[in-house]
Design a protein around this ligand. Structure first.
Ligand code: ZN
Length: 239
């Protein structure tokens, strides 16, 4: 199982790692800082710097059967794969990942303002969306934008905690997103606390302080069926 360094420090941009196994279109390492696709957050991109050159990481996913992280490479780029066993450097496409961290954390704030079940969501570097089940409730995108930016301006720092599987089972209301169940099996569940705003299990990557998100804007609220409302979010400085 790949050791996940983004949980130790999600601000790491470079890491030394050993190549465990290579396939035609992927590389497995003993440890990584690349976030694998999951929980509505895209997989990271970056580079593997090794003895035979540099290989682009075009996506990162988790292999279901092994829980190993797969760093996907693209044969059409004609780049040579690293050698099994060698020590290499992994670099992350930091600008893109930092945008994901800002957007993902903004999703927590949005969820705290709309106290209804979350049925889905997708984080992106430019735009994101969160789906709510809220029959009969009207949402105002101007008001939501104001409320979100007010929370962002509070400059509250996030706190990362853990609880046991049993503690989560005893408090099922902590799970806000119906479509994403927290990862179990390790014995402990990672909890994200935004003091006085939000507290829930989450395996994504977050900024250290909500102020780092920067100004955002609710760009659109769509009706997706009778009960579902899809709230779209962009960075305010986006064109
Ligand atoms: Zn999160």
């Amino acid at each position: 199982m790949t050791e996940l360094y983004f949980y130790k420090d999600c601000y790491l941009t470079e890491l030394t790692a050993q190549v465990i196994e290579t396939g035609e279109t992927w590389v497995k390492l003993n440890r990584t800082l690349c976030y694998p696709l999951g929980g509505g957050q895209p997989g990271d991109t970056g580079s593997l710097i090794h003895s035979r050159g540099t290989t682009d990481i075009v996506n990162t996913t988790k292999q279901v059967e092994s829980a190993d992280v797969l760093h996907h490479t693209d044969p059409s780029l004609n780049q040579v794969q690293p050698t099994e066993g060698e020590t290499i450097t992994v670099q992350i496409n930091w600008q893109r990942r930092h945008q994901h961290m800002r957007m993902h954390t903004a999703m927590h704030l949005l969820g705290s303002l709309i106290k209804f079940p979350v049925t889905g969501g997708q984080v992106g570097a430019v735009k994101s969306r969160l789906d709510f089940n809220l029959e009969g409730v009207q949402l105002d995108k101007v008001l939501l934008t104001e409320q979100l930016n007010h929370l962002i301006e509070s400059n509250v720092s996030l706190i990362f905690e853990t609880i046991t599987d049993a503690e989560l089972d005893a408090n099922p209301d902590l799970v806000r997103t119906m479509s994403v169940q927290p990862p179990r099996g390790a014995g402990v569940i990672r909890m994200v606390r935004i003091p006085e705003i939000d507290y829930q299990p989450c395996a994504g990557t977050h900024v250290a302080n909500v102020g780092e998100i920067g100004e955002v804007r609710v760009s659109k609220i769509e009706n997706k069926g009778k009960q579902n409302r899809r709230v779209h979010l962009v960075f305010a400085n986006a064109s």
